[in-house]
Design a binder for this molecule. Structure first.
Ligand code: SF4
Ligand code: SF4
Length: 407
C-alpha cells in the first residue's frame, strides 16, 4: 500500500489542513475540530503534523531502559490514527533501544506513510569512518533504507569544533547526495553565541531547539529568530521542559485553572509554543495513552492563546519561578557523576518538594537514596557543569538543596 492508498483507507486520518508558515490569526480560524494541524514549508517537501512523537520516553517494562512493546505499539497506533506522521528517535534514547523500537513499531506501516527522524551521536564519535558505521547500524535498527530527517545530535560550540576536525561533519554532509537521508539538520544544546556560526556553515533543511514558555525569553526566542531570519524551519523539543510544565505547583496551576476550566497546564504550554509560524513540529515524549489523547486533542486543531490568555500564562510563570525550582529536565546528560552523586534524582526530589511543600515526604525520598549518592557527596569537580544543557550550576544547587533538606 502506498501513501495515497493508505490515506484513503482513513487509517491515518490525514485531513491535511496544510498550514505551513501561517500567521496566528489564520491558525486560529483554520482547521476543523478533530483534525490535526499540519505544517508545510518550501524546501521541506512534506506536510508534517504539528505534534510530533518523541520516542525518548516510551513506557518501560521496569526500571531499566527496556520499552514495553505492547504499550508502545498501542501508543504508536493511536498516534498514527490521530494524524501524527513525524517520529523522532536517536542513538542514545532508551540506551539504544528507542531506534530498535521505532523500527519494529513503524515497519508495520507503509514506509511512505510516516516521517522518521534520527540523530548522529556526535558526542561519542571520533572519525568519519566511525560515523559511517554508526549510521549504517541506525538504518538497520530502524528497518529503513533512508531517514526522512537526520540530525547532528546535541551540538554546542566545542562539540561542533571537534566534529569539524574529526571528519564526522564531513561524513554527514555526504548523506543527502547518496540518498541516505532526505533532509539534514542539527539539534542544539549550547550557548546562544555559538549558534549562528553553526547555522551559517551550510544550508540546513531544519534545526531542532529547546523552546517553551519557561525558556522563551531566556534563550529560546533568540535561537528561534536566528532560524526564522534564515528561513530555516524549526523543530521544537522540550515543550514541557521534560514534563515540568505539566506539573506546576498548585498556586501557579490555580491561576490557569481559574482562567480556563478544564484546560491542563500542558495544553497551555503547547498552545503557547506551537502557534509560532516558523515551527515545523513540536515534539512530545508521550509515555501514557491519556497524555497522547490529550495532546491529540490540543493539536486537532491547534488553537493559539489569545492575548488575554498569554498574560495569564505569564502571571502563572512568575508565580512558578518564584518557587525556587531547579530547571532540571531529567535528561541525565550529566550522568554518571565520577563520585556517584544521583544528580537528576536529587533535583527531582527537591522539585517535587518545591511544588508540594511536603517536607516529610521529601526527607523520606531523599533518605532513601544511598548515602554516597546524596548531594553532600559532591566534591565540586565540575565535570557535570559542561554537560548540562540547561546550564544549571549543579554543585551550587546540590549544596543549597542538601542544606535545605537536612535543615
Ligand atoms: S561537581 Fe559534584 S555532582 Fe558534578 S560531577 Fe563533580 S562531584 Fe559530581
Ligand atoms: S542537571 Fe542538567 S544535565 Fe543533569 S539531568 Fe538535569 S538538566 Fe539534564
Amino acid at each position: 500500500m502506498n501513501r495515497r492508498e493508505f490515506i484513503k483507507t482513513g487509517a491515518a486520518i490525514l485531513a491535511l489542513s496544510a498550514l505551513g508558515g501561517c500567521k496566528k490569526e489564520e491558525l486560529a480560524q483554520a482547521g476543523k475540530k478533530g483534525t490535526m494541524t499540519y505544517r508545510e514549508f518550501p524546501g521541506i517537501g512534506a506536510k508534517i503534523s504539528l505534534l510530533g512523537y518523541g520516542l525518548m520516553r516510551m513506557p518501560k517494562t521496569g526500571n531499566g531502559p527496556e520499552i514495553d512493546k505492547e504499550k508502545g505499539f498501542a501508543l504508536i497506533d493511536e498516534a498514527i490514527k490521530g494524524g501524527i506522521n513525524y517520529f523522532d528517535t536517536a542513538w542514545f534514547y532508551h540506551d539504544g533501544l528507542s531506534e530498535t523500537f521505532a523500527g519494529e513499531a513503524l515497519s508495520r506501516y507503509p514506509r511512505d506513510s510516516y516521517y522518521l527522524a534520527s540523530k548522529l551521536p556526535m558526542r561519542i564519535l571520533e572519525s568519519g569512518e566511525q560515523a559511517e558505521e554508526t549510521f549504517n547500524k541506525q538504518l538497520e535498527k530502524c528497518k529503513v533504507d533512508y531517514f526522512d530527517f537526520y540530525l547532528l545530535h546535541n551540538l554546542n560550540g566545542p562539540l561542533w569544533e571537534k566534529s569539524l576536525g574529526n571528519g564526522t561533519v564531513d561524513f554527514a554532509m555526504t548523506l543527502k547526495g547518496k540518498g541516505k537521508i532526505k533532509r539534514l539538520g542539527f539539534s542544539f544544546h549550547g550557548e546562544n553565541k555559538d549558534f549562528p556560526k553553526i547555522l551559517d556553515y551550510t544550508k540546513w533543511d531544519f534545526v531542532q531547539i529547546q523552546a517553551n514558555y519557561y525558556d522563551w525569553d531566556t534563550f529560546s526566542k533568540e535561537l528561534y529568530e536566528e532560524c526564522a531570519k534564515r528561513n530555516i524551519p524549526v523543530v521544537i523539543m522540550e515543550p514541557l521542559r521534560g514534563g515540568e510544565l505539566a506539573n506546576l505547583r498548585p498556586d501557579a496551576r490555580e491561576i490557569l485553572e481559574n482562567a480556563k476550566q478544564g484546560s491542563t497546564p500542558a495544553q497551555w504550554a503547547f498552545r503557547y509554543i506551537a502557534e509560532k509560524e516558523n515551527i515545523l513540529t513540536v515534539l512530545s515524549g508521550m509515555t501514557k495513552m491519556e497524555h497522547l489523547k490529550e495532546n491529540l486533542e490540543t493539536f486537532s486543531p491547534l488553537v493559539p492563546l489569545s492575548d488575554e490568555e498569554e498574560k495569564t500564562l505569564q502571571t502563572a510563570l512568575k508565580t512558578y519561578k518564584e518557587a525556587g525550582i531547579v530547571p532540571c529536565t531529567g535528561c541525565r546528560y550529566c550522568t554518571p557523576c565520577p563520585v556517584g552523586v544521583a544528580i537528576p534524582d536529587i533535583f527531582k526530589i527537591y522539585n517535587d518538594y518545591r511544588r508540594s511543600a511536603r517536607i516529610s515526604v521529601t526527607k523520606k525520598a531523599y533518605e532513601a537514596l544511598d548515602k554516597d549518592t546524596r548531594a553532600n557527596a559532591c566534591v565540586e569537580c565540575g565535570a557535570c557543569l559542561k554537560k548540562c544543557p540547561q546550564s544549571i550550576n549543579i554543585p551550587k544547587e546540590l549544596k543549597r538543596i542538601h542544606k535545605e533538606i537536612e535543615g
